[in-house]
Ligand binder design. Structure first.
Ligand code: NAI
Length: 262
């Protein structure tokens, strides 16, 4: 994808970049000229995407501090760390009536702890002033589920609201400590990735809609733009937030949902 935004000279690390939204974000950041490190649990897939975009792959479990240290070191070795996209996440659907504590714990670990550790290690590793005289950028991936209620995703929604709050506090601390790192998050609407398609299936299986197609239709009905989101929609927003075009955009949650969450 040709890009009018120039991120050349910058290094970006994208968690969960082996597939889905993270892969699209990694591809778009690379197309804009950034050197991209894909960090994911899925080694073969992640390495294949990295090879396709001329980037690097590093194994990362976002819930593990040592794993973060190793991943950040790889990014720093490529020339310094400028952009971190905390995209890795999981969704385990359930009605509250049937909530499994271990499922909620796992979502909290990956979505909340994983994002918090990503911010921590980004703050520690980012150079105060990047190649274009601009500090680092952290972009967290929350969800429209942080802003509106949808059945069967109580635990997930709670974790994504937490990602939203983490974002604001991180932006505030960066300012107070003079770190020069902008921290923002996006709220994607439903995108038919493995996770998004899985969610539509779960809603049908839980009896909330007659079929996955009906679940998707209900989302589209709630969306003024009249369609689901695409991977490119999310990638474009991330490239914008990573760029100097967003240099005064800090501590925000940007809906990228066709208006669904308004
Ligand atoms: P996906 O399930 O297709 O991909 C998630 C990626 O994260 C996978 O490559 C997986 O290996 C990686 N991952 C999972 N746990 C990890 C861990 N502990 N450490 C490192 N990597 C890990 O999901 P998708 O749809 O691409 O979602 C990406 C992000 O966007 C997630 O945070 C998700 O919650 C969020 N999101 C997705 C929406 C959708 O409709 N697809 C809507 C709103 C938000």
């Amino acid at each position: 994808m040709p890009s009018s935004i120039d991120l050349s000279g910058r290094t970006a690390l994208v968690t969960g970049g082996a597939q889905g939204l993270g892969e699209g974000m990694a591809r778009a950041l690379a197309a804009a000229g950034a050197s991209v490190v894909i960090a994911d649990l899925r080694d073969d897939q992640g390495a294949a995407v990295a090879a396709a975009i001329g980037g690097h792959f590093v194994h990362l479990d976002v819930t593990n501090e040592l794993s973060w240290q190793a991943a950040i070191a790889v990014a720093v070795e490529t020339g310094g760390l400028d952009i971190v996209v905390n995209n890795a996440g999981i969704e385990i659907s359930s009605l509250i009536l049937d909530l499994e504590p271990d499922d909620v714990r796992r979502m909290l670990e990956v979505n909340v702890l994983g994002t918090a550790l990503g911010i921590k290690h980004a703050f520690r590793a980012m150079r105060p002033e990047g190649p274009a005289g601009q500090g680092g950028v952290v972009i967290n991936v929350a969800s429209v589920a942080a802003t509106i209620a949808f059945p069967a995703i109580a635990g997930y929604s709670a974790t994504k609201s937490a990602v939203d709050r983490l974002t604001r506090v991180a932006a505030m601390e960066s300012g107070k400590l003079g770190l020069g790192v902008r921290v923002n998050c996006i709220y994607p609407g439903l995108v038919p990735t493995e996770m998004g398609a899985g969610l539509a299936n779960d809603m049908a299986e839980l009896g909330l809609y007659p079929s996955p197609t009906d679940a998707v239709a209900a989302v589209v009905e709630l969306t003024p733009s009249g369609r689901l989101g695409t991977i490119e929609d999310m990638a474009d927003a991330v490239v914008f937030l990573a760029s100097d075009h967003a240099k005064f955009v800090n501590g925000v949650g940007l809906p990228v949902d066709g208006g669904m969450g308004m």
